[in-house]
Design a protein around this ligand. Sequence first.
Ligand code: ADP
Ligand code: MG
Length: 245
Amino acid sequence: MTVKPIIEIKNVYKFFGDLAALSDVSLEIKPGEKVVIIGPSGSGKSTLLRSINRLEEISRGSIVVDGLNVHDPENNINSIRQELGMVFQSFNLFPHKTVLENLTMAPVKLKGLEKEEAKAIAVDLLKKVGINEKADVYPSKLSGGQQQRVAIARALAMNPKIMLFDEPTSALDPEMIGEVLDVMKNLAIEGMTMVVVTHEMGFAREVADRIVFMESGRIIACAPPHEFFNATEHPRLKQFLSQIL
Ligand code: ADP
Ligand code: MG
């Protein structure tokens, strides 16, 4: 039996004026699948990720998440977004809220959870990302790696079905990259559906079911890691890999 995709991206175009940031992009992602997206700066990686939860409107095509057309104005985007956790390069924590409050706010406000219930979930998640002892401090007191782990925990607090990561380690000092990738690896092992834009090729090799290479708004290659890294038929991909590996 074939499993229905949880994300279906079909013939998507996104124009900024004359510029095609996305050009006929199609991609299906199955539940539990981990897809890593790589490609040069400006190739459309962020635009694609942001289109999945409609932070970006698309110009043509369709994106269906868990059976719902994301860009259909009839559908409630807020309930679709609850299925999609997103983690950005900049951690975007609320600076005037404690770590714990960062995690409990949305579940209380948007999901109607009782404060105590949200707190219990938050404490568990902070343990999971290894920073439960920082529950009562403010984000500014944390290292970049710790802040990003809080940002991941905050996204998980909404109990999403899918996690989107946009270069989650790009703003981090090298010694903090590993701790964030470890949290992401554990999430992968637990079966989370993940779409990750990253240049961490070790992570891609180890975790990805498929790696997607984008250039000029198009998907140029898409294959499991072993095939992907041996792909010789794509000169641009070869060149890109030789620059980052
Ligand atoms: P990547 O994440 O791969 O670096 P982006 O998706 O951010 O690439 O951008 C793809 C292209 O779209 C780039 O040429 C970028 O300059 C352009 N772009 C992105 N966002 C906007 C915007 N809001 N307005 C105009 N152009 C944009
Ligand atoms: Mg980007």
